[in-house]
Unconditional design. Sequence first.
Length: 507
Amino acid sequence: MTSTLQPATTTEAVKRPGRWLALSVLVLAVLLVAVDATVLGLATPYISEDLRPTGTQLLWIGDVYSFVIAGLLVSMGSLGDRIGRKRILLGGATAFGAISVLNAYATTPELMILARALLGVAGATLMPATLALIRNLFHDSRERSLAIGIWGATASAGTAVGPIVGGFLLEHFWWGSVFLINLPVMVVLVLVGIRTLPESRNPRPGPWDLTSVALSLIGVIGVVYAVKEAATHGFTWPTLASGALGAAALTWFVRRQLTLATPLLDMRLFRNRGFSAAVLADLLTILGMSGLVFFLSQYLQLVQGRRPFEAGLAELPAAVGAVAAGLVAGRAARRFSVRAVVSGGLAAVGLALAALTLITESTGYPLLGTALLVVGVGAGFSFTVTADVILSAVPKDQAGAASAVSETAYELGAALGIAILGTIVTGVYRDFPSSPGTPSGAHESLGGAVEAAQGMSATGAQQLLSSAREAFVDGLSLAAGAGAIVLLATAIAAWFMLRNQRLDSAP
């Protein structure tokens, strides 16, 4: 690939003063999103007990954020290229903090789902803007690799901070408090970002095509909803109609982009094999991992009886591994190769998930901790390098759109993973044997079974919880096996699709 950078005439043209301080503001935005996504898993049992959602509503609470954010990322990334990435980042951060309050004080499952959806709208502005600003702050390819590693490591650190802080809050306050921790981060981000972040945008942006925005949103949500409903209820007519509508909207979206003078998303980006391979690898990797991660907090608390804070600490190895791997991933990819680091990382995650198929109610922490550490290391290597490949494949004026494609793959994979693998868990769980008269809510979710047991005799409660926990673990084991297959297949595909990719060829 031929570099598209103009030759630097000064040191400042390559190495912008204050770039590392600006990076510290960008990683705060990443921390904001990562913490929010992580604490939800810990808070799920409490939300289930307080708001009493059905099993389907509980899944919507978990994945509607990803549905909405996946549908809007491309649009928001393109909008940032047009109106300014600093402007959309700071505006999105302000909205993200304000809507977090609505999440904290939701009083019904329906309001909680709405609040999560609105949070997805705000969240869609943050991630593309941070990566795009990194692309424009760091022109030197090696510095950019390190900056992306720090960006990814912060996201991983958020997955560690979230459970620990969230666990502490859940033990001392009500579940809504876990969303209020976004507020101080948002305040610091906005106040410091106003002074330190440079503005950047496409100098020739063209109009923002609202028809393309609508097609993108309808297409992604329609397809993802159809997959979710088909996995849960089979191929009903409404499900097929939703899928057909989504597919038609996406087809129209692609055709429209090819005819516009200034498209929302330049489809020619996908002609770059490295770009396409990295996007596909991210999507399938998250798909294979996310369903398991979503239910792991419930396993640690409701099956093994850990307190929220203890459950948060138990998940720490994954974040530690990802932070360590992310910081050295760029160097490793240059010393060995892009495909070796990405494929090796994905294979490691796949093998760790395969080990989790052996999980039981009494599985000791050494196996869990080791598997989580390997998952973190593998994911840290893979995601950092694929993000670098994606940003390196495009001119800096299109960094927002390219970043949005990367994040769309991530969020779409998360939504599909929770929908598909989560459905495996709930599908197995719902069939557990129970005595006549057991409340129907006990079969909707494990949290529902715990609540139902509180109104039963000691013997009845023990029998109910024993059967429910055994079924939940069986479903979790099956989902881990499915995730392992996806990850190992993705590792093989990445080995072939990423051949001859070099980070040093970054434009």
